[in-house]
Design a protein around this ligand. Structure first.
Ligand SMILES: NC(=O)C1=CN([C@@H]2O[C@H](COP(=O)(O)OP(=O)(O)OC[C@H]3O[C@@H](n4cnc5c(N)ncnc54)[C@H](O)[C@@H]3O)[C@@H](O)[C@H]2O)C=CC1
Ligand SMILES: O=C(O)[C@H]1O[C@H](OP(=O)(O)OP(=O)(O)OC[C@H]2O[C@@H](n3ccc(=O)[nH]c3=O)[C@H](O)[C@@H]2O)[C@H](O)[C@@H](O)[C@@H]1O
Length: 441
């Protein structure tokens, strides 16, 4: 089937590549010329495991192509996926300008029936808003093409985006049209072979399902971070507690890792957007606001430990920071806990020597201009001349370090482990002090 995808970011690019890989003909349009030029040559502007070969082979097979020409994308297919960004406004609400601009462009140029599928995460009621854009524009143009607006939120995780898209837990489709239901079934049939993952509902419920899922996952994390902080006060070990509660299948082991806070382009943004959605209908979201508050505090948890260790004097101290991305297997630093930590270190007169397997480019763009920040080529190099080691992201390469070397290199033999990667007893065996999250202090 011929499909167009509007927006070539994490979601749009993965969606387009995976749809092409199962045999659809996909046209991707983005307003970012540099990105489109790179993609036309098979160069992927983001680090996402497994994505590059899929994009390259589908360009070669002529099933996937990239353009900046909106008109071309609109006329290419009758089904158009919107996957543009919905960044936060100052008040936390989702900024819909890109989604509405795309709807407006389609309404302005369409010359036949279109099915517009929203993949972007959008506030409840956006499908209705998009329908109004079409109604008004088509009326203004004095044409009577029909349009269906379908909500089809995306649940992929960065770092595992291809696998998540290829084997989704569920495919949520918000529509009240029988024809759209069958069309969406047909498009997604290749991803729906093992068992039926399609779930049909009304558009508002589909839109809220997306926010509710992210809010639930973020709630699990903040809950565990609160338990971790409590465990510290009570002399308990949160890792033992985690395993103890995870064994209950009603709780499960997923998403209960405590740490130095959740980051990324979505949890913080979507929680704030949901609070804003609730405010607009006069509902007070006590749980969501606590989840946000606990996370903001958690992002400074390592810093508080560092301050206490160095008796509030970080002036002239150098910190080796391992991991800058908001989670492993991505180069994305949006809302990363490492940013909160490093900003606090810098504000206290400290320096940072950092290493990340994939996020060095993002870090250079953000902080390359600072003279209290340097990027180095390996985890070991980050230790040279450093006073202490801080781990912010649980990349594989940090999991089994040479503790003897760490002990030799650091002026103060201490590790601040924001992801509970190490066994405190093992670290202490090498003469190092260990501060984790909810354990080992
Ligand atoms: N990043 C993720 O893991 C996930 C993101 N989402 C949601 O998907 C949406 C997109 O997120 P990302 O892909 O991360 O964003 P992104 O910022 O990586 O990409 C958005 C792309 O849209 C393009 N764009 C903006 N306006 C445009 C227009 N008028 N016409 C054509 N292209 C335009 C931008 O140039 C950019 O390349 C957001 O609503 C996000 O909340 C949902 C699930 C996962
Ligand atoms: O809407 C979105 O954009 C996406 O947001 C998240 O995906 P993502 O932000 O890519 O990454 P996650 O794996 O969810 O991690 C988010 C943050 O939570 C932290 N985290 C995760 C799990 C955990 O147990 N503990 C924990 O602190 C991670 O370190 C990271 O900083 C959701 O998991 C996806 O389902 C959703 O589609």
């Amino acid at each position: 089937m011929k499909l167009s995808v509007i927006g070539a970011g994490y979601v749009g690019l993965v969606t387009a590549a995976c749809l092409a890989d199962v045999g659809h003909q996909v046209c991707v349009i983005d307003i970012d010329k540099t990105k489109v030029q790179a993609l036309q040559q098979g160069r992927i502007p983001i680090f996402e495991p497994g994505l590059a070969p899929i994009v390259q082979r589908n360009i070669e097979k002529n099933r996937l192509h990239f353009t900046c020409d909106m008109m071309a994308a609109i006329s290419f297919a009758s089904t158009l996926f919107i996957a543009v960004g919905t960044p936060p406004e100052e008040d936390g609400s989702a900024d819909l300008q890109h989604v509405l601009a795309v709807a407006n462009a389609i309404a302005t140029h369409m010359d036949s029936h279109k099915i517009v599928v929203t993949k972007s995460t959008v506030p409840v009621g956006t499908a209705d808003q998009v329908r109004s854009v079409f109604r008004e524009k088509l009326l203004e143009r004095k044409v009577a093409f029909s349009v269906d607006v379908v909500a089809n939120p995306e649940f992929l995780k960065e770092g595992a985006a291809v696998a998540d898209f290829m084997r989704p837990d569920r495919i949520i489709v918000g529509t009240d049209s029988e024809a759209c239901r069958s069309l969406m079934r047909e498009i997604y049939a290749p991803f729906n072979r093992q068992h039926d993952r399609m779930m049909f509902m009304d558009t508002r419920s589909a839109e809220l399902t997306k926010y509710a899922a992210n809010a639930m996952l973020a709630t699990k994390i903040s809950f565990m971070n609160e338990m971790a902080n409590l465990a510290e006060q009570l002399g308990a070990d949160i890792e033992q507690v985690r395993q103890g509660i995870g064994a209950d299948p009603r709780i499960g082991y997923h998403f209960i890792y405590p740490g130095c806070g959740f980051g990324g382009s979505c949890f913080p943004k979507d929680l704030n957007a949901l609070v804003n959605i609730a405010n607009k209908v006069g509902y007070r979201t006590d749980i969501l606001q606590s989840v946000i508050h606990v996370n903001q505090r958690q992002k400074l948890r390592l810093f508080d430990k560092i301050q206490a260790y160095f008796s509030n004097n970080l002036e002239g101290k150098t910190f080796a920071v391992w991991g800058l991305s908001f989670k492993p297997k991505t180069d994305d630093m949006r809302e990363a806990p490492s940013i909160s930590l490093m900003s606090a270190i810098w504000a206290s007169g400290g320096r940072v020597q950092a290493y990340d397997p994939e996020a060095m480019g993002a870090a250079r763009d953000l902080f390359g201009h600072r003279n209290d920040f340097s990027l180095v080529g390996s985890p070991e190099e980050a230790l040279q001349g450093a006073d202490a080691l801080v781990v912010c992201t649980e990349w594989h390469v940090f999991r089994a370090p040479d503790f003897e070397l760490i002990e030799k290199q650091l002026s103060y033999p201490v590790i601040f482990d924001g992801r509970n990667l190490y066994d405190p007893d093992r670290v202490k065996y090498y003469g190092l002090q260990y501060y984790g999250i909810g354990r080992g202090n």
